[in-house]
Design a protein around this ligand. Structure first.
Ligand code: NAD
Length: 373
């Protein structure tokens, strides 16, 4: 999963639209700090995606940008979209740029951490004792299952009326490759994987369970494995989320469960994500890191965006693409300290805390990093 520690790390940076450019600017300051203070060499190429790419090239992702993404060790993306481009045809919409990246990079494993910072424990709708110290990771399969299976569509029925069809399909290889990512990540965390499906009512769910069990027995016996039905998992996440470490699940259940887990942490502005592809012959894994939030047109250009989700996405990039766990810890630690000091952007503002701008949040993060140098 890693690039060599000494070689330059090829990073393709795609700030995108709206607050994407603002939060990326703060992350690039941190990358710059890493280069200066930690002697990490990043070979950074910046390019356009989404509406910004459409305005320049007439397409939300130029072929040359796609090529650069395939050659990069990792891609960092801000966010795409905005009202300016809402009227475009479907194939020109900013979101198509992101979808093309995900598709051509074959990013099949979507990593969605849900981490509760002590300073924000009251921002959750759940009781503090339930979520304090929460640190779980949902690995969602992203390229198969219900959202891609054939047949799909809406048919007109002979006697009138209509029938809507979507098909949930997985091959054994598709299950095994995402489960392998979950087991490998668990080894770097608390070493527990919970595999989630509906083996009780779905044949494909039963096959999922069998394949995960076989892979575990063959290659990952050192990792704790449990299985859970998706409906129970949805309940357990609210009842006792700290029982989980890594959850691996399919595309549809993962979509729902990762949003459920995310909301325990309080704000969109705090949520990072990663999407990983397969390893190539040189053991390089294509990877895209992006915050969960969108381009937030309502606050874009006003210096109000929370840069932490983007910054934590960069920390994931350091950890998972570059094997720089120490540096990732530094970035996450700096974010925690800034929050402990009471600094808040508007989205996570609480009574008695200090409201700051995107840039001031970035300044404070750099100041915390500087203390560690
Ligand atoms: P959004 O995530 O952009 O914003 C939802 C709400 O959360 C807004 O009130 C916004 O101000 C706030 N918010 C989001 N991120 C924040 C941050 N970092 N700091 C402070 N506040 C933040 O979702 P939306 O409004 O539904 O969509 C806006 C545009 O973004 C649309 O064009 C949509 O298609 C696009 N979008 C893109 C992505 C992506 O690039 N991955 C994801 C979701 C939405």
């Amino acid at each position: 999963m890693t690039a060599s520690k000494t070689a330059n790390k090829k990073l393709l940076v795609l700030p995108g639209d709206g607050i994407g450019t603002e939060v990326m600017a703060e992350t690039l300051r941190v990358a710059d700090w890493m280069a200066k203070r930690r002697a990490v060499r990043f070979d950074i190429q910046e390019d356009l995606v989404g509406g910004a790419a459409y305005d320049k090239h007439g397409t939300p992702l130029a072929d040359k940008t796609m090529d650069a993404a395939m050659k990069a060790d990792a891609v960092l993306l801000g966010a795409v979209g905005g009202p300016k481009w809402d009227g475009l045809s479907f194939d020109k919409k900013p979101e198509r740029g992101l979808l093309r990246l995900r598709k051509e990079m074959d990013l099949f494993a979507n990593l969605r951490p849900a981490v509760v910072f002590d300073a924000l424990v009251d921002a959750s709708t759940l009781k503090p004792e339930i979520i304090k110290g929460l640190d779980i990771l949902i690995v969602r399969e992203l390229t198969a299952g219900m959202y891609f299976g054939q047949p799909r569509g809406v048919e007109n029925l002979p006697g009138g009326g209509r029938k809507g069809v979507n098909t949930h399909t997985y091959t054994d290889a598709e299950v095994r490759r995402v489960a392998a990512v979950a087991f490998e990540l668990a080894r770097k965390r608390s070493n527990k994987v919970c595999s989630v499906e509906k083996a009780n009512v779905m044949e494909a769910g039963l096959m999922w369970r069998e394949e995960v069990t076989k892979l575990h027995a063959a290659e990952y016996k050192d990792v704790g494995l449990s299985h859970m039905y998706a409906d129970n998992c949805a309940m357990q996440l609210i009842r006792n989320p700290k029982q989980f470490d890594v959850i691996v699940t399919d595309n549809l259940f993962g979509d729902i469960l990762s949003d459920e887990a995310a909301m325990m942490t309080g704000s969109l502005g705090m949520l990072p994500s990663a999407s990983l592809g397969a390893r190539d012959a040189a053991d390089r894994r294509l990877a895209l890191y992006e915050p969960v939030h969108g381009s937030a047109p309502d606050i874009a250009g006003q210096g109000k965006a929370n840069p932490v989700a983007m910054l934590l996405s960069f920390a994931m990039c350091l950890r998972y693409s570059f094997d720089m766990g120490d540096e990732a810890d530094l970035v996450e630690g700096a974010a925690k300290k800034v929050l402990d000091r009471g600094l808040r952007t508007g989205d996570i503002m609480q009574p008695g805390k200090t409201l700051v701008s995107t840039k001031a949040m970035g300044d404070a993060l750099l100041a915390e990093l500087e203390k560690t140098a």
